[in-house]
Structure formats: structure tokens, C-alpha cells
Design a protein around this ligand. Structure first.
Ligand SMILES: [Mg+2]
Length: 122
């Protein structure tokens, strides 16, 4: 079994975000993108977000889409995974711990007033 398959075999649904971030760092290095400039990773992230938008348009809306290309698009689930992997890679390139920044930002978010005047969602 190659290194990526060995690492993948150790993944499980009880892993902490720190462990998943470390996994992504390892496999991205194995795939040869470990020293990628953050600007390139950001371009990939934007590309993957666009692919996610396309997948949602294809699967979750009635918007028109080129039926000849429909098999070229990944699923919403696949594109969500791509966005997460590339976003985590951006964090790794910037030496940012994803859990730590998530936790700190949520400390701020829970203090915000999210009331929408158009809806009753207190
Ligand atoms: Mg993709």
C-alpha cells in the first residue's frame, strides 16, 4: 500500500480537526503541492468554490445547464470535500490551526445579533 493509502486507512469519523488538518498536510506534500505558494492555493480554492456552485446549480436548482457536459461535473458532496481540502491547505501554508481560528471566530459570532428583520428567527 502506498503512503497516501496508508494515511487514508487511518482516517475515521472520530478524528479531531487537528488530526484531519495534519492528514491533509501530509497527503498534499506526498502529491507534490507542499511548497505551493499560498497565492496558487487561493486560486485553487476559488476554482473549487466555483465547482461547488456549479454542482449545486446542477443538482439543487432548476437552472439551465449544458446537458452535454453534465457528466464532467462532480457531485455537491465531492466539491464540498474539495473546498474543505484546499481551504485546509491554505491554512497549512499560512501555519494557521483551523480549529483554533474556528473556535476564536465562533466566540465572536455567538455574541453577535443574527436577527433578520424579514424573518422571525431569533
Ligand atoms: Mg472539484
Amino acid at each position: 500500500m502506498n503512503n497516501q493509502k496508508n494515511l487514508h486507512a487511518k482516517l475515521n469519523s472520530h478524528m479531531e480537526l487537528n488530526e484531519i488538518q495534519a492528514y491533509i498536510k501530509n497527503v498534499i506534500e506526498i502529491r507534490g503541492f507542499g511548497n505551493q505558494p499560498v497565492e496558487q492555493a487561493m486560486l485553487l480554492l476559488i476554482e473549487e468554490v466555483g465547482e461547488l456552485a456549479k454542482a449545486i446549480r446542477k443538482e439543487k436548482t432548476n437552472m439551465c445547464i449544458d446537458k452535454n457536459k453534465i457528466k464532467n461535473y462532480d457531485t455537491v458532496e465531492g466539491e464540498i470535500a474539495d473546498v474543505f481540502i484546499v481551504l485546509t491547505s491554505v491554512c497549512n501554508l499560512l501555519n494557521i490551526n483551523l480549529y483554533d481560528v474556528f473556535y476564536e471566530k465562533e466566540k465572536i459570532n455567538v455574541e453577535r445579533n443574527w436577527k433578520n428583520d424579514n424573518k422571525n428567527n431569533e
